[in-house]
Every structure is written in structure tokens, then in C-alpha cells.
Design a protein around this ligand. Sequence first.
Ligand code: SF4
Length: 367
Amino acid sequence: MKNRGIYIHIPFCKKKCDYCDFTSYSYSDIDLNNYVDFLCREIELYSEELNNSNITSIYFGGGTPSVLNCEQINRIFNILNRYFKKGIEITFEVNPESINIEKLQFLRKLGVNRISMGLQSLNDKDLTFLGRIHNSNDALEIIKALYEMKFNYNIDFIYGFDKNRNIIDEIEKVLIFKPKHISLYPLEIYSSSKISSKIKAIDDEFAFKQYKEISKYLRECGFIHYEVSNFALKGYESVHNSNYWRCNEYFGFGVSSHGYLNDIRYENTKSLSTYKNMIENAKRPIINNISITLDDSKDEFIMLGLRLSEGISLSEYEKKFGSKFDRLNDKRVKRLLTDGFLLLEDGYLKITEEGSYQMNNILVDLL
Ligand code: SF4
């Protein structure tokens, strides 16, 4: 039996954030009910593969999964429960405006043992700038509840856009409530997003400086910088996301989900109506299948593995692909090592902090 994760996408949000480039729709209660019905039917279309998998983690992402009510979440678990054993990591993404203590208690009863909250900032001016609909006080109330309920939880922050912001002070206020995990994302500006009318470009130098400052602070507070954007207390690294970075397989359910099964990466439709039509006709709602060749696998192993602070094991590469990683002899790669963007240590190739901010350029030389 293969170890596999499950990702479930809930593509609805109360309001689109001004920077958002994800698939998310506004909704009515009928839309949510309807979507949950189709999602359950989609999961059933994979029953054979699910029965032949050892499910290692489940992740509800979005959109905003917490817009679902308890009855709707329960319906999804009624199906999922057939396919996994109790105790695996189950993460549920929430936003402050659509979560409350009752819903958190209900999630815990269903087996959810990890919450990931989109906070982004504790500064109300910045929250308005980002087009978020919660304020810092409401968010802190939920964080306090997560702490009192002894939840294992992650907080997402967005950085790199406000030179007057004291982001360390914000993180300090959150750390009082003992989160086990912090994720940091730079603001990205897409021409299609509303925020592009307020800010034209990110000052990369400032963003990298802020990233280094936060990383240093979190490390001093005992967090392990285990992936480019992720920090965790020891033992609280995300099992689900680590599986992506280690190139393991996973099911992707829901509109716009991606999955990886039997050496094929697949993509579900982004359209709600196409999603429903395909499932109504008992078809998996896939619009794109990509077979992963041996060369693709090698590239993915490097691209994803380098995101982890432990880097890529050169002996594991050789064992997996039957040949040595030969790019180390390339002139440009030697240069990256000499210039301190890459590091070769104890048989592992790693990206340094300086290198992590130039990941894409480095990968061009490595692949
Ligand atoms: S909550 Fe997330 S998915 Fe929803 S609009 Fe905001 S950024 Fe996009």
C-alpha cells in the first residue's frame, strides 16, 4: 500500500482579499450544500485507490474551509472516515471571521488536530490594505481560544510590503499564545488582483531584509526554519506539506485541486459548473493529466527537496534514480557553491538563506 495524503479544496470566501490569486468564489448556503454533495461524490469516485492507500495526512485548504457549517463538515468526514486511521495529521484552514469556539470544538471531535489560520497581519491598517475582512482584535480572540483549547496551530503572515510596520512586534504578540508553527509569505502582486492598483511592485531588497529579520527572530524563539517559508517547534513540522516536498503522492479533491497518483500529476477544473457536470456523469473532474517521466522526477526531487532546510540527500538521489547527481560538476553550480548560495554538507546539497531568495534563478542552473 502506498503512503498518500489527501488535499480537499473549499473554493469559497466571504470576500475576495485584494491580493488573492487563488480559486475562490463568493457563495450562498445553497452553493455550499451543493458543493459538499459533489465533493463527497468525487471522493467516492476514487474509492478503489483510497482503499489501496495508507492515508498519512488530510489537509482542508481554500478558499476558506471554515465557511462550511458543522453539518457540512460532518458530511465530508462521514465519507472520509472510511479511508483513514485515527490519529493522522488532519489540518483545517480557518479565517478569523468564519471560525468560533463551537466550530473548533466540533472540528476537534471529528479528529482535526491541526488548525492553520490566515492572519497575515496584526496591524489593522495593513489588514485593510490587503483587503482582509477581519481586524486584529477578532483575530487575537481566536488565537487565544486556540491556545486555551491546546490546539496545535499554524499562523500565516504576509510580509514585504509596509516599511513602517513592526512585524516582529506582531509576531511577538502571537507567540504569547504558543503557536507551534509559523508560515511566512511575501506579498505577490498579480496584475489581475485588486491590490495592483494600490502597489505596483515589491521592493525585493526590503522584503528579503524583513524575511531575514523575522527568520532570525523565530530561530531565537526556538523555531526550526525547516522549509523556505515555514518554521516549526521541534516535532511540529507539517506532515502534509512535507509529503509534497518529498515528492510523495496525494489525492486532490475539489474544484481546482491538484493531485499526484501513480506517477501522474492531475489538475481538476477551476469551473464550478464543469465540476458538477463531470461528477454528475460519474467522471472525475480532471482537466489535465501529466505523466511524470524519469527526468521530471529528477527535477521535482531537486526543486522540492531544496525548499527543505535539510536539502537533498545525494545518496538518496543516487538510490532513487540509479545515477549520481552530475550537475555538481557544472561550472555555474560550482559558482553558486563558491558564492554561498548553495552549500554541500554531509552528503546533502542545501540552499543557503541568501540563496533561498533567489530560488528560481538557482534552479535554472541546477536543472
Ligand atoms: S481568504 Fe485566501 S483564498 Fe480567500 S480571498 Fe483571501 S487570500 Fe484568497
